[in-house]
Design a binder for this molecule. Sequence first.
Ligand code: SDX
Length: 393
Amino acid sequence: QGDVFTFDPGFTSTASCESTITFIDGDKGELLYRGYPIDQLASQSNYIEVCYLLLYGELPDKAQYDEFSYRITRHTMVHEQMHNFFRGFRRDAHPMATMVGVVGAMSAFYHDSTDVTDEWQREVAAIRMIAKMPTIAAMAYKYSIGQPFVYPRNDLDYASNFLNMCFSVPAEPYKIEPALARAMDRIFTLHADHEQNASTSTVRLAGSSGANPFACIAAGIACLWGPAHGGANQAALEMLRTIGTVDKIPEYVARAKDKNDPFRLMGFGHRVYKNFDPRAKVMKESADEVLDLLGIHNNETLKVAKELERIALEDEYFIEKKLYPNVDFYSGIILEAMGFPTAMFTPIFALSRTVGWIAQWKEMIGDKNQKIGRPRQLYVGEAARDYVDIAKR
Ligand code: SDX
């Protein structure tokens, strides 16, 4: 009675909000951050500049860029007491589990940036989140491999700082390869925002109640972890390793088409893109560049990935279902070549997406007309009925 609802399993047809941040045309395979095409930003900009663009709507001039970069750099350390949180986890905890816990704990630390009604506190929460996420991700990694935490350095750019916090050890200095840092930075940019995906919608819904911003980001991390979402980058590389060689591809493609087989091609398909994911194109080019830079030739996993893509794109099932490689298909090949274990792939997606989450949260919470989110349902359960005493059941 009253409102009439239609059931849409993926909330695809009903817009959940208005936003000015990111535009996707799934049929054309187009992705714009504040109107700028992702391939131009990936090749000509850098992640800090993209963070400024996503947060404030325009590309910064030199003075604005330097001031923003200075503010981010000087918030990269975490409160020393937060180190204790890591020690409560088992060493073999997945870094995503650690990140959910530690970022959630930030809501108990930074009290001067949790009053969501105060514009300045909202701004500080955004700066802190973007600045500290690489430090937290690197600490989760170091903890999982039993190595000491490495502090951020103010003399390094964002991507170089992250690589240094992950790979340097007290015993010897870590040599930062600028081209590798640029490739890392490009990966951050490609994952920065993506309209109302599941984890961003989670952050918006959690934030719509006025909840602590750090707790809302922790909710986004939890959602991203799923293999249907950000967890697909880890699952895709593990899938490519399982396939192993090019001659095994037809067997797995057949399984992916079999409705009775739970096997899915990880890193393939997308709820919105019914054409090539523009990020996957850039990622594929970057994979060739990084492997070449690292002197890794004849990488079997990349060979399997490219052949799998070729076969799938010629297969009538994938053509009919409009399934193409997505952002997660090639990213793991690059990250593995850089030296990251598969368990660090989704934490890197999470640190990249932090700016998108917090920019969308700021857009939502800063709107004076915003209301608490309250999705409805199509009730298909029992009609009203009277209680029956247990003796009569
Ligand atoms: C991300 O939303 C975002 O923007 C997410 C993201 C972001 O930046 O935030 O882009 C990041 O999450 C990318 C997606 C990563 N996930 C994976 O790569 C996991 C493998 N992909 C599938 O699980 C799937 O494609 C989803 C979950 C991504 C989308 O699933 P949907 O919404 O069911 O896709 P669809 O409705 O377009 O599927 C159409 C058909 C379905 O079959 P029918 O119900 O029509 O019979 O294609 C089938 C699907 O079952 N299908 C696949 C498939 N993906 C979809 N069949 C085999 N292999 C696949 N990978």
